[in-house]
Write a protein that binds this ligand. Sequence first.
Ligand SMILES: C[S@@+](CC[C@H](N)C(=O)[O-])C[C@H]1O[C@@H](n2cnc3c(N)ncnc32)[C@H](O)[C@@H]1O
Length: 576
Amino acid sequence: MSEEAANSNSSPASVCAECQQPANLKCSGCKLVSYCSKDHQKNNWQVHKTLCRPFEIQTSPDLGKHLIATRDIQPGDMILCESPLVYGPRPHIVEAGPVPCVGCFKLIMCEQSPRCDGCGWPVCHSSCQGLKDPTNHGLECLILGLRPEGAINNFHDFYRQDTLMVVRCLLLQKKGQKKWEQLMELEPHLEARGRGTDVYKNVEERIVNYLEDNFLSRLKDLERKAERDLLPEASASVIHRIAGILDVNALEINQDAELSAVYPTTSLLEHSCICNTYHVFDDASQNYKITVRAAVPIKKGEHISTMYTHALWGTQARREHLKETKYFSCNCRRCKDPTELGTYLSALKCIGVDDRPCGGNQLAINPCDPNTEWACDKCEVKLTNDEVAYLVNKIGEEVDYVQLSNPTVKEMRELLTKILTFLHPHHYHIYSVKHSLLQLYGYQQGYLPNQISDELLIKKSEMCRELIEVTKTVDPGNARLTLYSGVLYHELFLANAFYVKRKWHVEDKKQMVLLVEEAVSALAEAKQILKNESSAAGQKLRALLATSNKELRNWMDRYREDMETIKKEMNATTTV
Ligand SMILES: C[S@@+](CC[C@H](N)C(=O)[O-])C[C@H]1O[C@@H](n2cnc3c(N)ncnc32)[C@H](O)[C@@H]1O
């Protein structure tokens, strides 16, 4: 919780928690404690910070450590704000192309980039700010510099940024024992990553051997000469543990830099496929602090959750992903519900008997059982899980292939028609195709605003409304799908706006006013949803919203009188 966070307080009876004098400021985190000044709030922070948090950490056999709300929390309320224990380049292998600078994580081409003066690793600039910073590259530079030679080819094998998070974790032993202890307490799931497993072999070859051969063996030589431990714990088993901790707990920081971080308390948040928090990251100048806020109302006693997987995948895909990467089986209310809260994101159309579709939906009988049968909600037809998985995977491959090949509207519509034979109109593959298709309407040659037919504009608005409903159901607080939702609301605005401009003098004006009103609120909704989106795509979309807003205001200024008159008529009709 930020000690700076104080809001003006309307209640005159409050007294300052520090000096007991009348107080006008309230802690914006818990809104329970008042202060007479920011200085007194700062002074009181050491005492208040533990009380301020609206949660307690509990432990259960199913979940391990997790967070429970200790009071009602409103959407937008801060739940916690903290600095990372450690941050560094994402632990992903990069075999070719750009890699993150070890000082600032901006993507660079390692073959052509300058080198760090200390260790010789590729950097964006030899004076990059992060290079000397001990919380960043500063300390690891000493270890990486132990390898005297530099690369002349195979740069990606030689400079393995994906192993640096482990080095930074090991170095916590030097930087602060408390952080090291906090890190080592996090869940590594070693029982699922033991000798003989693929992940064990992978970590052994990819991280343990690389670090040992290139740096740690040299460090041991130095330790022997110096007759003291420079890095007391750096054995293979510690490295395996750290690799597990990183895989299970690290968060990817979405600032268009190749960066990940581990946080002491945020890492304890449990997963839910319909989660109740969102988080935002500060930038490098604030050391990538994270702020977790409530996305929806959270009642005292409820679990506080985040999402570890993709909110728009179907139940089987989400559960498999969680099992593979986080080693648990999710049993949240969305996973347990065959209709996924009425969205039908995993449902298939029933093919019926003798190729005569019955109009029903095929749904998993027990979605949390990997061998579940599927049954039609209208007729007797059943399918095995293997049959469903085969079909859904094949369709997924085709959808990926078409989407990656820069498709035309015609190709996308053909794909949609084809897969609608098998899948419910809200199946997640259909969602994905519709989401892409509606972004071609109005943009692709032949479908530009002055070319697209009235019918397709109406269709585009309908598709936006349909997908908005699905998105709102699985992500009610816009915790995860901000870009998807932002695009949908903006495209709904555009489709309505084009249509109204075209038809204002032709069609029923009341209908037109309703479309304008929907467009205005869609634009406002998009703006609200995207306000914390820090990615480049989010910033681009916000700029588009600003342009759209200007155009809308200009248009409305022109027709304001007309609109007012029609609205009055509409109100009068409703009142009568
Ligand atoms: C990031 S850690 C969360 C903190 C962890 N519970 C602990 O005790 O350190 C992720 C791990 O928590 C557990 N977990 C999180 N959400 C869960 C859920 N919905 N159901 C079961 N286990 C869950 C799993 O073991 C998972 O690998």
